[in-house]
Ligand binder design. Sequence first.
Ligand SMILES: NC(=O)c1ccc[n+]([C@@H]2O[C@H](COP(=O)([O-])OP(=O)(O)OC[C@H]3O[C@@H](n4cnc5c(N)ncnc54)[C@H](O)[C@@H]3O)[C@@H](O)[C@H]2O)c1
Ligand SMILES: O=P([O-])([O-])O[C@@H]1[C@@H](O)[C@H](O)[C@@H](O)[C@H](O)[C@@H]1O
Length: 547
Amino acid sequence: MAPHAELDNGAAYGNGQSNGQSTVPVSASKEDIFIVDSPNVTYTESEIRSKYTYRTTSVAKGADGKYVATPKETLYNFKVDRKIPKTGMMLVGLGGNNGSTVTAGIIANRRGLVWETREGPRAANYYGSVLMGSTMKLGTDVHTNQDVNIPFHEVLPIVHPNDLVIGGWDISSMDLATAMDRAAVLEPTLKAQVKKEMSRIVPLPSIYYPDFIAANQEDRADNLIPGDKACMAHVEKIRQDIREFKAQNNLDKVIVQWTANTERYADILPGVNDTAENLLKAIENGHEEVSPSTVFAVACILENTPFINGSPQNTFVPGAIELAAKHGAFIGGDDFKSGQTKMKSALVDFLINAGIKLTSIASYNHLGNNDGKNLSSQKQFRSKEISKSNVVDDMVEANSVLYKKGEHPDHTVVIKYMPAVGDNKRALDEYYAEIFLGGHQTISIFNVCEDSLLASPLIIDLVLVTEMMTRIQWQAQTSNSETADDEFKGFHSVLSILSYMLKAPLTPPGTPVVNALAKQRAALTNIFRACVGLEPESDMTLEHKLF
Ligand SMILES: NC(=O)c1ccc[n+]([C@@H]2O[C@H](COP(=O)([O-])OP(=O)(O)OC[C@H]3O[C@@H](n4cnc5c(N)ncnc54)[C@H](O)[C@@H]3O)[C@@H](O)[C@H]2O)c1
Ligand SMILES: O=P([O-])([O-])O[C@@H]1[C@@H](O)[C@H](O)[C@@H](O)[C@H](O)[C@@H]1O
């Protein structure tokens, strides 16, 4: 969306509704595909401001044990900075399968490449990205009464992935063209077209603490910052890398994302990583329980650079979460939700909400990429087993008709390393459920996931949404809101809005974790809609029922 000229939104309609004929002088530029005509939305060159009424239902249990449901309205003002910044994406693990694939993919899209395959020519696309590959309902056509859907990316002034400047770190010194060959993900005819540009990208040296990833990763660790345990010098070096990358590329903003190997869980130790102060002290003292990913997180927080964890380990120890909140720095995670788990979070949502009692989930997968090699080590597998297993909890707990308190389906997760299949992970799932009158339903799924081609669009979405969130502020609407400009602030540091792209969504302390895929997408969609004064997507379509 390009900036609009200042629009006069003085026109207000008695019932706050447009009369269908816009009297607002619309001076949308050619890139805009929509403008909201409402007394609650104001466009200027630099901002979109919206007055939003958030409607919920507050529930209390009466003395008689009955619930009392009270509709509630909270008034917010949202402010969106419309200037689309020049944005850098720095990946930790840049030389990995995901890192090299997402980089090649953005180059291919930026250049509009087409390459030959056995099935004929293929053109670059962003399929698998919810922002670039999906749509949302804008509303209903005033004449035809049909849905009007727009590309998701158009709802707000979101960075285009083609414009992302890419860099990052890796413990492997391989340039990205060689790393792309090592990954064995992309067609040779595509690789040939991006090889030159990819060969010029060499990952920055990184920190390597051997105990946190599988020993079988040691042979690629030839690109290291000296030191094998946490220290402030590592934090400062990473901060300096970010500043230099930003300066060298004349960037307005950088987003850092972990797509390096899965680490083992760090023990949560009182006095070490339980508070922000203790965590900084533990790093200063070189405590061996501070992981590389936590050091990266701390460096980004102190550099006020958003940090997202695409792997399952507990990077965000309590001290890191407290530090992020203290600095107002955005963090998000954990573990990209790319294939088997994404399917699970949709299928389980469907089954349980259909009143079908899921009693057993058996999830097996095997893969042959380096991620699989790292996960063949028990401690690293355990991190992944946790993130893949907790994904059904909220859906089960929400249905007390099917499940007694504490009751849940059997759920097992198996991951095996089978080099022959490379990046083309095989996911085999069996869902077993009780149905009407003692019947059973068994659903077996064989799902071949080309892991890096499914994860790469998520890496892009995570960066685009996180960057957009740095340009959205809110304030409670009060009587003096018009003058209370300084009251605006950012969303909570823990970006739970990212959950659609993640297996184990990190949420602000004390807030619930939502794993149901449809709910996650609705949250993302409706928060962005609220920022331009639009109501949540409603599928009531009363206009098609009440006439
Ligand atoms: N579909 C998917 O691919 C998918 C889905 C969910 C999660 N993930 C997670 O994403 C991560 C990356 O997956 P991948 O397939 O690209 O793995 P990969 O092994 O190909 O890439 C990881 C890269 O990280 C590098 N690395 C390891 N430790 C590092 C450190 N301390 N600093 C910098 N670089 C370091 C390695 O050298 C390697 O190049 C893994 O943790 C994986 O579990 C992947
Ligand atoms: O997202 P998803 O397909 O369920 O999960 C995947 C696992 O099945 C796979 O074993 C692992 O290597 C990937 O990193 C990813 O986590």
